[in-house]
Design a protein around this ligand. Structure first.
Ligand SMILES: *Cc1c(COP(=O)(O)O)cnc(C)c1O
Length: 364
């Protein structure tokens, strides 16, 4: 096995050996007393990660499952979908795939959405939800989510209709301080394999009281992601269906570790890695044809997208691979011109420094 700390993909991220080891425990019944701690013990840590006093539901699915669940439970007929990259486009496609209407507010990849424009579009009326990706992993852009939620509230006040904010926090939750309740987010979700540094296969979501009230009334909200059902089972520390038990063992161990580090300390560690990465790019950039893809003030705390001149991005990824490092290539149309460094999960500034030193040599 290779040593920990050389895998900087923006998802899945590197999992501590202790957490991987936790998954080898034998199976237990998921309706027995021995199961209870698996959901009960991580709960306070999950609430702290989302910044909420409300339950955080645990789903045995990838994050996309929770995205679909948020649509089935939270979008009545028509949503305004904020698109600025691959995952926000997926959110819009899920709205359409679930038979709802969508208006797309799209900005180019690398850009964030303008809260004032969100409000302007919503004021036209006829919307009951907004979908937004907080940290767009395909571009490294952080959307101004609290301001966007505020803009939605302003439009609600103006139009008199309830508009829920459904937010994908897959690469923000556990990588920065999140205040789901204070920001007024009606559904906030993440997946296990990004900043939470767990293996892929679990998703987490928390819903506001008004989202739950809407869900109860929602026709055809489906079965697997039925939030009121999640809520009923959560109240007795169970899940509606057989959960991915081995992953819950991993969650139990990783939540303990996150609790020990502290949610704020974890956010600070991520901020320090982000600052370090940005400083390196700004320092090296002018000489080596590198620049930060996302604009200042709109950069993700967990993934930095670096624009690379002359289509050299794939060669850099390969060069790093030859030195035993995994970094992310550019996403889709950005493949030749960007690389992505996923400085999230359990990585440290020291580990990142070692990576950047090698990247400097690969750049030549
Ligand atoms: C990775 C990712 C997803 C998709 O997660 P899956 O677990 O692959 O379903 C959704 N949104 C964002 C922002 C992501 O980074």
């Amino acid at each position: 096995m290779t040593e920990f700390g050389r895998f900087f993909l923006p998802g899945p991220t590197e999992v501590r050996p202790e957490v991987l080891a936790a998954m080898t425990r034998p199976m237990i019944g998921h309706r027995g007393a021995a199961f209870t701690p698996l959901l009960r013990d991580p709960d306070p840590v999950l609430r702290a990660l989302f910044g909420t006093t409300r339950p955080v539901y645990v789903s045995s699915s990838s994050a996309t499952g929770m995205m679909e669940g948020s649509v089935r439970n939270g979008v009545r007929s028509r949503a305004l979908c904020l698109v600025n990259g691959a995952f926000s486009a997926r959110y819009r496609d899920l709205v359409l795939g679930c038979g709802r209407l969508a208006e797309t507010y799209e900005v180019p990849m690398g850009r964030a959405h303008e809260p004032a424009e969100v409000e302007r579009r919503l004021r036209a009326g006829g919307f009951d939800a907004v979908t937004v990706v907080h940290s767009e992993t395909s571009t490294g852009v952080l959307n101004p989510l609290p301001e966007i939620a505020e803009a939605v509230r302003a439009a609600e006040a103006a139009t008199g209709g309830e508009i829920l904010v459904l937010a994908d926090g897959v690469t923000s939750v556990a990588g920065m301080v999140i205040e789901a309740e204070a920001w007024g987010i009606d559904f906030f979700l993440t997946g296990s394999q990004k900043a939470m540094a767990l293996p892929p296969g679990l998703a987490f979501g928390t819903a506001s009281a008004r989202m739950m009230a809407r869900a109860v009334e929602m026709e055809g909200r489906g079965q697997y992601f039925d939030l009121p059902e999640f809520d009923r089972y959560h109240a007795r520390w169970q899940t509606p269906n057989t959960p991915a038990l081995s992953l819950l063992y991993a969650l139990h161990e990783q939540a303990r570790r996150i609790g020990e580090e502290g949610v704020e300390a974890r956010a600070h560690r991520h901020a320090a890695m982000t600052v370090r990465t940005h400083a390196w790019v700004l320092d090296e950039g002018p000489r080596r044809g590198l620049s930060l893809f996302a604009p200042e003030g709109r950069r993700s705390p967990t993934v930095t997208t670096i624009a690379v001149a002359d289509g050299r991005a794939p060669a850099l990824v390969k060069g790093m691979e030859a030195r035993g490092w995994t970094i992310g290539g550019g996403y889709g149309p950005l493949k030749d011109d960007t690389i992505r460094i996923g400085h999230m999960g359990e990585h440290t500034v020291e580990g990142l420094d070692a990576l950047l030193a090698d990247l400097q040599e690969v750049l030549g």
